[in-house]
Ligand binder design. Structure first.
Ligand code: NAD
Length: 347
């Protein structure tokens, strides 16, 4: 941990400001709405294009609007009266989604283009944008024993096709809205977020949730086998959702970070093979594995260099993977049982 006395001061904001969270029907946006509500903020507007019945979480007292934010007039409506905007809406998913649906990923540029302009016109004070570690140059991620990626590694650019390039150009929009128009923008490059209320089935889920579900299903069906995407050597770091929402709050209220993309992730690197073992340990079972090297697997290795966040905020996401995964596994198991009983679940 950096010396707290040397770290940047965070701006304290009035609890009655109007906060707008775009993409709040999804995993991180929904958790952020709950987080701000828990901190005592009284005017939170949650926006998503999904019908309310499909939102993952709804926090009492939070205004909910169903709007398609790829349309400019809807963005204007969404940000009316806002002091702070958190832009998390995107058409996205795990590797199974972003390798197959590059056009959908690229089209999120419409959301980001209209949201940042609408926020500027509405006179928003702080604008947060959810970027991704997928912006990093893929040439630096060809080895499972990667060196961790630092913020400057995004350029020269060679991002993940589709999803990564869209994130990079949207970051550039945010930087220019500060450089040319003086709207304070903030950007975090998330590294694989997981936790309760995340997508766990249906094709958009990421590795931690998918592996928990597969272990739970194998036990439930007494069919003790598991298929694993890739050869299992791919490495990643995974950030627990509670760290993610806290990090978003800190970054957005740190003026040292205006227009400066920063990593938001853990530096606890793990291979997919070891992640399977962790899920098996939590589930109390050992499964026969089949690796599928032809399945979507993304880059060979990726880790977050947290030097900058430690230096500036004196903090970094630190929930141990085994603790976060236990909570995630328990939540998915509960969802699995609800679905089996024909009840409503988050998928
Ligand atoms: P999510 O899919 O759960 O949530 C995104 C939400 O955006 C969904 O509810 C979706 O309905 C909504 N949305 C999509 N298109 C929209 C539109 N046109 N108008 C309004 N709403 C729309 O995803 P998430 O995991 O909560 O991710 C949130 C943000 O963080 C995204 O921008 C994502 O790219 C970024 N991110 C996430 C991760 C991760 O590991 N989850 C990693 C890196 C970056």
């Amino acid at each position: 941990m950096a010396n707290a006395s040397k770290t940047a001061k965070l701006t304290v904001v009035d609890k009655n400001i109007q906060i707008v969270i775009a993409g709040a029907g999804g995993f991180i946006g929904g958790s952020l709405a709950r987080y701000f509500s828990g901190k005592g903020f009284t005017r939170i507007r949650a926006v998503d294009k999904k019908p309310l019945s499909e939102w993952y979480q709804r926090t009492p007292g939070v205004e909910c609007l169903c709007l398609d934010l790829s349309q400019e007039q809807n963005c204007r409506r969404a940000v009316e009266g806002a002091t702070e905007v958190y832009q998390l809406a995107a058409d996205m998913g795990g590797m199974g989604f972003i390798e197959k649906f590059r056009i959908e990923c690229l089209r999120s540029v419409l959301i980001n283009t209209h949201m940042v302009e609408s926020a500027y016109r509405a006179g928003v004070d702080r604008y947060f944008y959810s970027s991704s570690a997928c912006v990093y140059n893929t040439d630096l991620q060809k080895d499972p024993n990667v060196r961790a990626l630092k913020e400057s590694d995004a350029y020269p650019a060679m991002s993940e096709r589709g999803y990564g390039w869209e994130k990079l150009i949207s970051e550039m929009f945010c930087q220019e809205y500060w450089a040319e128009r003086k709207m304070k923008t903030f950007m975090a490059r998330f590294h694989n977020v997981y936790g309760p209320w995340g997508t766990w089935d249906g094709g958009r889920e990421k590795a931690p949730a998918a592996l928990c579900r597969k272990v739970i299903a194998a036990k439930d069906k007494n069919d003790l086998r598991i298929d694993v995407w890739g050869d299992g050597t791919q490495t990643r770091s995974y950030m627990f959702i509670d760290d993610c929402v806290k990090g978003i709050d800190m970054i957005t209220h740190c003026d040292t970070l205006i227009a400066t993309p920063i990593n938001l992730g853990t530096s606890e690197l793990i291979s997919v093979k070891d992640l399977v073992t962790l899920c098996e340990t939590i589930g109390g079972v050992t499964l026969k594995r089949t690796y599928d090297p032809a399945a979507p697997k993304g880059v060979a290795g990726r880790n977050s260099d947290n030097t900058m966040i430690r230096r500036i905020l004196g903090w970094e996401p630190a929930t141990p993977l085994k603790d976060g995964m236990r909570k995630t596994y328990a939540w998915i198991e509960q969802q699995y049982k609800l679905r089996k009983a024909g009840k409503r679940t988050v998928e």
